[in-house]
Design a protein around this ligand. Sequence first.
Ligand code: ADP
Ligand code: F6P
Length: 489
Amino acid sequence: EPTDHGSAPTEGLVVVSNREPYSHSYDGDEIVVDRPVGGLTAGLDPVMQRAAGTWVAWGDGEADREVVDDEDRVRVPPEDPAYTLKRIWLDDDEIDEYYYGYSNQVLWPLCHSDRGKITYEPRFWERYREVNRRFAEAAVNEVEPGSLIWFQDYHFGLAPKMVRQELGDDAMLAHFWHIPWPTWDDFRVCPQSEQLLEGLLANDLLGFHVGRFCAQFLEGVQACFGDAVVDWDSGVVYHDGSPTLVKPFPMGVDAERIARLAGSDEADRFWRDFCEEQGIADDAVVAVGVDRLDYTKGIPERVRAIEYFLDEHPEYRGEFVYVQKASESRSEIPAYQELQREVSETVERVNDRFGTDDWRPVVSITERLSVRALYGLYRYADLALVSSVRDGMNLVAEEYVAAQLDDAGALVLSDFAGVDETLGDYAYTINPYATEKFADTIYRTITDSPDERRRRMRQMRQLVTAYDLDAWMDDIFETVASLRDESAE
Ligand code: ADP
Ligand code: F6P
């Protein structure tokens, strides 16, 4: 689906991320293009389509090597090329130790404040450093005078300092950290907390989704470095003499496009066919959950709350359906395998306990959905269940709201998700661990008056439309521009 190409927000933009926005794989002999699941690529691809720069990322598709030129570049989106994707190849050890290891078994649980899930091995760190060096070099190769290098996420905690050492003070470096930043008490568990903080402080701008993560980062810097000076009014921190502006930018979604596609014939068709196939009646209450299968998303907690709800409200047996669109993620990691098992077992148990010949309380969608089908699912679901136990933002919540063309749906939202800071006043708030209250909130959401639900949804839609992906991007690029002006003075 083509996106509007506005003016380029910055000259020579170089984005550096681990995950690539398009991956190529084989379908028999044919090469097909996939769009990986996840908030980062979903959000950044439209930004890059507007900026027309270069995106440096890990080429992990089976057929990724087949479509690149001599310099490992390919123009994307394939159907309407707007920018260059520069692929970096990782060998098996790098994938194992940098991606599955340090990134996803140390930093991911650490930043989501889940110490019990941390598995640390010294070789993970060594490899993380090496891969950061490789990406830093690749980014340096892409710069032109006036470029902005924009790092994404926790895979690149060291690369900014490496690039700074190479390019000096004139280079403009920004970083967006898509996941939470924990308290210093949690972060200092990390054996390399100091090196990571120093790596990030080489940026001119460091963005998090919400103010709390910025404050926790700045408190950590102060606690770690005696010489660090934080200006709490501006969010600027000085360490080793150079300033870094630390600022919240709550990520938005392309609300207009989501609304347009949610209103498409394909969205309608998908919903009609889906209900027919699954035997979902017109007057059934349908809840939806859309996630990567990640232990931060609170999926077993959600299914347990549904079980409790059906126990407490037998009148909803046969009437309530939870549609789960979950996709496997990071499956090499034991904690993710364990979660996958737990989710299947919990779903099975609930379906066995309550299911009848013509009704199953939990319906899992296993096949890929087109975006129109996904937005159709959002549009017609009566409620969305977003129950993260910890989450940087959660774009699914915003996508659901953006798809509510009739303002009829309701969002049940964990206040442990970053997006609670923007939508929390109008969502039906839950604590995912408080099973009884979570179940009670599901009941309240369903039985609240249509006017009240509409009032809440209208407010959320306004918020999601006003601070959409374009606004988020403009906010970041305007901040970069003002930093450039200041340093030119
Ligand atoms: P994360 O970045 O941790 O995966 P977000 O909720 O911020 O979480 O973003 C997830 C993005 O990936 C959204 O754009 C959502 O539509 C998409 N997504 C997540 N899970 C699925 C799924 N099972 N099927 C299709 N798309 C998904
Ligand atoms: O948005 C958080 C994030 O970790 C991204 O960095 C990542 O691309 C996405 O979730 C999906 O995870 P992965 O890239 O490990 O499949």
